[in-house]
Design a protein around this ligand. Structure first.
Ligand code: AMP
Ligand code: MG
Length: 332
């Protein structure tokens, strides 16, 4: 299959919508990451997403829409959904509601559906013509999410017919996922922060898996059973300054890079590009300083913990890691 990479605009939106209607896939930009879309009402088309990504079939997709009316058609609305909609939509947030009539492939057999109304102009332009589109991130499962059309091309060249290029994603991490099917529960931190959500939903709970990230616990939870965001290079996180660990790695002949934490929103914006470029640069170790555990910092930490398989060192501590095919003791 030839993969076309076309600039966002009328022509590519129409071509994408035509492919979606024909049961094919199209990748498109959003403000969070690029999505790999199929017609949300076509179970066979949705299956192609799982095949192309190598995605486990029990991991549900998010349905992308371009109006509140479409949300009302797909899920059972309630007061909390209304409040979240008015405060944050369109924007980088997904609400989980009891589902109406949708194929089981989209929701992985659950009785709920994740709904998202992206703010990105090109996402809206495409969705206005394509209708509700089921889409996870447009990366091969386990790889870092894509924040440029080139990232999507790197993963899917020859496997999908069209990538709509809308430039670099502004947020850079995936949407916040909040379940509103019953009492509000934050399932995944993302582009809208917990602090922002709590102002609108004061009784929102934070899911245990997210709390584990806040505590930097390595314990596994159902949602964390899959390998995520991983380059071939080893990723290690440092609480405090990463300078010592970088120096220690270089002394040991390890090709390493350090990304100091500047500002959590900027860290989020660069995160997946940094993970993706590690292998192209032939790096063996990528060190990230952890941002403060607040605001967008929580979303960044959530992704970094998975990318590093929960490898966190405190400044001043020694750690033993396997890197570049050998075991080494490094000082952080
Ligand atoms: P991705 O866009 O690749 O990050 O994948 C979509 C994510 O949305 C999944 O990993 C789920 O965690 C979440 N999601 C989608 N639908 C539901 C749902 N009905 N209930 C809970 N989480 C969901
Ligand atoms: Mg994903």
């Amino acid at each position: 299959m030839i993969t076309q990479l076309l600039k966002a605009g009328r022509e590519s939106f129409e071509m994408g919508a035509k492919l979606i209607r024909a049961g094919e896939l199209t990748a498109f930009p959003t403000e969070t990451v690029y999505g790999l879309g199929a017609d949300a009402f076509n179970g066979n088309a949705v299956k192609k997403i799982f095949e192309a990504k190598g995605r486990p079939s029990d991991n549900p997709l998010i349905v992308h829409v371009c109006s509140k009316e479409q949300m009302l058609q797909l899920g059972y609305w309630n007061d909390n959904a209304e409040a979240v909609f008015n405060a944050f939509m369109p924007g980088p947030i997904t609400v989980v509601l009891k589902k109406r009539d949708l194929p089981n492939e989209v929701t992985a057999g659950l009785d709920t559906v994740g709904l998202r109304y992206p703010e990105h102009r090109d996402a809206q332009g495409f969705l206005a013509l394509a209708g509700p589109v089921a889409a996870p991130s447009a990366n091969i499962s386990g790889r870092p999410s894509p924040t440029t059309a080139q990232h999507v091309f790197d993963d899917f060249n020859g496997k999908i017919p069209l990538i709509i290029d809308g430039g670099v994603c502004s947020v850079g991490v995936e949407s916040t996922v909040i379940s509103l099917a019953e009492r509000p529960v934050l399932l995944r931190p993302g582009g809208v922060t917990p602090e922002q959500l709590l102002r609108v939903l004061p009784d929102m709970k934070i899911h245990e898996a997210v709390l584990r990230n806040i505590r930097l616990d390595a314990a596994a939870s159902p949602g964390m059973k899959y390998k995520h965001y991983s380059p071939d290079a080893r990723v290690v996180l440092v609480r405090g300054s990463g300078e010592n660990l970088l120096a220690s790695a270089l002394e040991n002949g390890i090709r390493a890079v350090l990304y100091p934490s500047r500002d959590a929103a900027a860290d989020a914006h660069e995160l997946f590009s940094r993970l993706r470029s590690a292998d192209a640069q032939g790096l063996e170790l990528v060190i990230f300083e952890l941002p403060p555990q607040e605001g967008m910092g929580l979303s960044v930490i959530n992704r970094l913990l998975r990318a590093s398989a929960f490898t966190v060192a405190d400044e001043g501590q020694s750690i033993e890691i396997t890197c570049a095919g050998r075991s080494c003791r490094l000082k952080a």
